[in-house]
Write a protein that binds this ligand. Sequence first.
Ligand code: SF4
Length: 373
Amino acid sequence: MSLNHVRPWRDIYRRKSRQIMVGNVPVGDDAPIAVQTMTNTLTTDVAATVAQVQAAAEAGADIVRVSVPDEASSKALKEIVRESPVPIVADIHFHYRRGIEAAEAGAACLRINPGNIGDEARVKEVIKAARDHNCSIRIGVNAGSLEKHLLEKYGEPCPEAMVESGLEHIRILQDNDFHEFKISVKASDVFLSAAAYQGIAEATDAPIHLGITEAGGLVSGTIKSAIGLGNLLWMGIGDTIRVSLSADPVEEVKVGFEILKSLGLRHRGVNIISCPSCARQGFDVIKTVETLERRLEHIKTPMSLSIIGCVVNGPGEALMTDVGFTGGGAGSGMVYLAGKASHKMSNEQMIDHIVEQVENKAAELDAAAEAAE
Ligand code: SF4
């Protein structure tokens, strides 16, 4: 549950799940909801892939997935794992041998797709490799690649077929006494995904990896993911998330965090509250926010900043933020610190000044957190 007991209308009761480890990252139960992304470089291009993994980790990714389509990628994976600051999940399709190789190469988790990994005997071999190398498994059901017998039984991809596919594979893992697994039931359709996730959440206590697959470009995919994942998270479903965008993985991480931040499920960096601006604005709100977002990217401490064009909403919003700026007349505005009006500042110097104030506040909060440990 989020820490909002004084405001019960903000409480989210997370579904109770088992906890597993993906490398050194706990997933499930009361662990923070992990943010994941996936590289889109050629895995065999180790330098490019490692650079992308590092950029994603810097943006806040807890776990990064890498495709392993061929044997050369399995070899490259070993080096990528060695260089990566976060646990690596190996994405396996069609070739169960790649799963075995990825476990041997040090992957923290294997994502296997029940629809295309092969028969039970092959899955058993992958399970053995995972166990031998301390690797967890994600059962990644996808509406677009369900097993033939389920499509014949149900006629089309539907929530029941997706849940049944997931449960069949859970049974194989459990029959092999393997319990370090999480599960996803993704579809590109928000309704299908949401129904399948609700079904699987009731049917198992395994941690759940959330995602709306092939969600689209930066804007459309963000909206689809925010609606699909947002509703499920609000219901308490989801232990790790990936926002799938046809965009840079760093954008996926940013969007993932923003979804979690807007539900109070995780906090990272500066939460900027800003008005859309209008004729009343005392300074250029849009340009200022764009610049501040860029200049405050390095701040990881959770804190809030309000940038409001005028006194209609400025003082009220500033009351609830760590640092605030409200536009005024004659080329200057009011700086608020800890909810209180502090001093005036000219519009020209305001950006540098706000960056400094935020950096000071972050250092203060970090020192207080360290002292409390
Ligand atoms: S806070 Fe002021 S400037 Fe911003 S949108 Fe509202 S009225 Fe306009």
